[in-house]
Design a binder for this molecule. Structure first.
Ligand code: BTN
Length: 268
């Protein structure tokens, strides 16, 4: 992974065309977790600061899980949001941005499994974890973390015990550079964030729904501990990004922060 610097000494992502996200970029050889790195320094760094690394030795996943990838085989990208905005819907916006970016870069189709796993040919190629913390002087800092599997092969996922995992190379035969992928994701994410701030998630809901493969399927909503909370047909996305499930008697909403869904016969 090549590194470039601007005149002020900040690293730059080739192809970045944003006005706020990525105006400060930190590319690290190794870090525990890019999310944790930005969260710890959130009070000192400006809105839009980006942290990427070649290798995370303690990558964090949703619902307390871990996230691993071999060195230089995946993109680990975190973005710091310090301006007020639709923090609760940020994971869904990241999902739209990543799916759009990967389609543009590979020509293959990418879908979103609610709330924000990115899926290609039935396998998860990207996971998203947004974390927030209060900062001194008031306000909330939100870190959006995006992990995209780029180069791993089927044997790696089997050995890692990830039967539903896949990489962009494995599924599309395209070799993407992590930093260029990061730039394209940020180029898509910035306008989605701005539009959602201005108009609310309702304006983006059609774009999300169009990509969401969970809809129309029989799903089980699981608690972080794996208990079944609700079973039924996923029928829609609520105005706040929740998943609407029809259990045959009534339609109930489950919130993204505390739920994962599984299909009746497998991952999707
Ligand atoms: C998931 O469980 O599906 C979410 C995985 C999120 C992984 C990314 S990689 C960059 C950022 N830093 C982390 O420690 N996690 C996120």
């Amino acid at each position: 992974n090549m590194r470039e610097w601007d005149a002020a000494g900040w690293q730059v992502l080739p192809g970045l065309a944003t006005s706020k996200l990525g105006t400060r970029v930190l590319l690290l050889d190794e870090v525990d977790s890019t999310n944790r790195y930005l969260k710890e320094r959130a009070g000192q760094l400006p809105h839009g600061t980006v942290c990427c690394t070649d290798y995370q030795n303690a990558g964090r996943g949703r619902l307390g899980r871990t996230w691993t990838a071999p060195r230089a085989a995946a993109l680990a990208l975190s973005v710091l949001f310090r301006e007020e905005g639709p923090a609760a819907q940020l994971p869904l916006l990241c999902g739209i941005a990543v799916a759009n970016a990967l389609e543009a870069l590979t020509g293959a189709s990418f879908a979103i499994k609610w709330p924000n796993d990115i899926v290609c040919s039935g396998r998860k190629v990207c996971g998203i974890l947004c974390e927030s913390r209060p900062v001194q002087g008031g306000g909330l800092a939100v870190v959006a973390g995006i992990g995209v599997n780029l180069l791993q092969d089927g044997a790696w996922f089997a050995e890692a015990g990830l039967p539903f995992g896949g990489s962009v190379a494995m599924l599309t035969e395209k070799i993407l550079s992590p930093w260029e992928t990061a730039a394209v994701v940020l180029n898509r994410l910035e306008p989605l964030w701005e539009r959602c701030r201005a108009e609310g998630f309702g304006a983006l809901e059609p774009a999300y729904t169009a990509r969401c493969i969970s809809l129309g399927r029989q799903v089980r909503a699981l608690s972080p501990a794996g208990e079944v909370r609700l079973e039924g047909t996923a029928v829609g996305i609520g105005p706040d990004g929740s998943l609407l499930i029809d259990d045959g008697r009534q339609v109930q909403a489950v919130a993204a922060g505390e739920t994962s869904v599984r299909g009746f016969d497998g991952y999707i």
